[in-house]
Ligand binder design. Structure first.
Ligand SMILES: C[S@@+](CC[C@H](N)C(=O)[O-])C[C@H]1O[C@@H](n2cnc3c(N)ncnc32)[C@H](O)[C@@H]1O
Length: 327
């Protein structure tokens, strides 16, 4: 879970988008979908948001309940070590919603800490699919009241998001696992740092080892340029390479130990990002995973329907709606 714990502890975002139209908090069609699930709930209902992260869906639910002046209790679980409360306490709008939300870090969908037949609605955006579906659906069925509902938006293998993650996965795994990109940058940085410390720019110009390392690094960059030519490959490449190139620039305040530390942090952040991308791609709903979910639901006498969900005309994910019978 380090890949998610680290993400939620470092991001300012409530959701898993740090960039793009949905960065920080969901809006538009996505927000409206979730609000429409909250509005019909009776007063004193209880919701569980699965894989809540920094609480994006929990906060939408709390705001929708507050707008209706309904008393709705929200439990928000995630296996990562999330701490959204501390993050939003001082935010006037979000802080005021905290009293209706209780967060449960280190908590898996496969083992929910709630009583049998105690929950009216289970929500999950881009999270239920990360669980072992047989176990998590059994748990949801156990905790739901008769006629309770599960509402999910899941990743879809064909969505723009997942297709872009497949590209990111290819670029990152090449840089991290297939070529000596970070070790060459580190070696070059060390040589630049030592030559510069001894004799400044003049010494650096005539340092053969540093010049050779610079050539090796530039050759790697040329190979990368030739290998990754589509716009989305280049976006991923630039997001990493520009930060490393920035470190290799000389400046008055060049401190080798700080630069090496920054390089190691850039590498670590990308290793964790690669874990998140690989996991997302492997859990995204395919035809076969959807039919597996249908079978699991029917084994628990749950009614399931699913349909594609479009945002701005593009496939965003799959909506999965599951109902428990009234017994
Ligand atoms: C893509 S994030 C989505 C977070 C949030 N719902 C959102 O929309 O921003 C996936 C989340 O699922 C959580 N997760 C992974 N495995 C899980 C499991 N077995 N049970 C519940 N949540 C899980 C991760 O820790 C992560 O926070």
């Amino acid at each position: 879970m380090e890949h998610w714990t680290s993400y939620w502890q470092h991001t300012e975002s409530l959701n898993s988008f740090e960039h793009g139209n949905q960065a920080c908090q969901y809006s538009g069609e996505i927000r409206r979908y979730w609000e429409a699930q909250i509005w019909p709930l009776a007063d004193n209902s209880t919701i569980v948001d699965i894989g809540t992260g920094n609480g994006a869906i929990a906060f939408i639910a709390a705001a929708a309940a507050a707008a209706r002046q309904a008393n709705i209790k929200i439990f928000a679980i995630d296996p990562a070590e999330i701490a959204p409360r501390a993050r939003v306490e001082k935010n006037l709008e979000l802080g005021s919603l905290l009293s209706s939300i209780r967060f449960f870090p280190k908590t898996y969908a496969e083992s929910l800490p709630f009583n049998n037949r105690s929950i009216d609605l289970v929500t999950s955006q881009f999270a239920l699919e990360y669980s072992r579906l047989g176990e998590s659906i059994a748990e949801c069925s156990r905790v739901l009241k008769p006629s309770g509902k599960i509402r999910c938006i899941t990743h879809s293998l064909e969505s723009e998001i997942v297709q872009n993650s497949i590209v990111g996965q290819r670029v990152l795994s090449h840089l991290i696992d297939e070529i000596p990109f970070f070790s060459t940058a580190e070696y070059l940085l060390e040589l630049i740092g030592s030559a510069y410390a001894v004799g400044g720019v003049q010494r650096l110009k005539h340092d053969n080892a540093a010049n050779r390392a610079r050539r090796d690094f530039n050759n790697l960059m040329k190979d990368l340029d030739a290998k990754f030519q589509t716009d989305s490959e280049r976006d991923w490449l630039e997001s990493i390479v520009l930060n490393v190139l920035q470190l290799l620039k000389l400046s008055e305040s060049f401190t080798l130990s700080e630069k090496l530390d920054s390089l190691s942090k850039i590498k670590q952040a990308n290793v964790l990002c690669l874990s998140r991308l690989s996991e997302q791609v492997s859990v995204a709903m395919s035809e076969s995973r959807l039919s597996e979910l249908f079978s699991i639901c029917s084994a628990h006498s749950l009614e399931m329907c699913e349909f594609p969900f479009f945002v701005d005309g593009m496939l965003f994910g799959h909506v999965i709606e599951i109902e428990k019978d009234n017994r």
